[in-house]
Design a protein. Structure first.
Length: 248
């Protein structure tokens, strides 16, 4: 695990785009129906995979939509990010046969004393969960308690996951090329996921360095996380990505 062929083998295309399903809605039923419709839009407009996340909804909403996709004839791979309680993301990924699980930080967000505990946590749960792990380093909204350099933490992070995710400081905020390049320079061929702020304007330069992108806000009608998924935005973006792939 962790080799270039690993998580990338899940997807049919190079430079895969994973769409984020945020579980927005005012009731459990609305969340479920909206999520199903978003998945249909993503699937029909050429997205390479989806990530189901309790960004708005709760754990039970996440469980319900995972049960739905795991029993549906969905043509693209799916993954899960159970925010703030990492163990449950692994549990859900295992139970519902997800291809990948995302954890927003795999190193540096705990006190140095607790890094050994974190090391054993990932050994334990990765040993039980067959899904590939996408792990954040210096990730948005995560505490930065490391006393190590980012270069040192990247080396540790690569031993704890199958792909490292990079962001700037907030959802939808463009990830700087400086940070993306810093990660790549210290990661060699290890899979790098650009997990926030990818747009049509920056996609080529960012995907020349990164291997995978996770997109949420840009697929919304307002280009913000609070908006609604727009089929037009998804189609326009994916049509351009398909052209780009020929020269990436």
């Amino acid at each position: 695990m962790g080799e270039k062929k690993g998580i990338l083998s899940v997807f049919k295309n190079k430079k895969p785009i994973i769409a984020m399903v945020h579980l927005k809605g005012d009731s459990s039923e609305e969340i479920f129906q909206r999520a199903k419709e978003e998945i249909r839009i993503f699937e029909e407009n050429g997205v390479d995979g989806i990530m189901l996340e309790n960004y708005y909804g709760n754990y039970y909403d996440l469980e319900r939509i995972l049960e739905y996709v795991s029993t549906s004839d969905i043509s693209i791979p799916y993954g899960v990010n159970c925010l703030n309680v990492d163990a449950m993301g692994f549990e859900l990924a295992t139970r519902f046969n997800a291809s990948y699980v995302q954890v927003d930080s795999v190193v540096g967000h705990v006190k140095p004393r607790d890094e050994a505990t974190l090391e054993e946590f990932f050994k334990l749960y990765r040993g039980k969960c067959p899904a590939y792990l996408i792990g954040g380093v210096r990730f948005k909204y995560q505490p930065m308690l490391s006393e190590k350099t980012v270069e040192e933490d990247l080396q540790i992070g690569m031993t704890r996951c199958d792909a490292i995710a990079v962001t700037q400081n907030a959802t939808g905020e463009e990830t700087s090329m400086e940070k993306i390049q810093l990660f790549r320079d210290n990661m060699g061929d290890f899979p790098l996921v650009i997990a926030a702020g990818l747009t049509l304007e920056n996609a080529r330069k960012q995907l020349e360095v990164g291997d995978i992108a996770i997109i949420g806000s840009y697929f919304k009608d307002t280009y913000k996380d609070t908006g609604d998924v727009s089929a037009e935005h998804v189609k326009t973006f994916m049509d351009e990505i398909k052209k780009m792939r020929e020269s990436l």
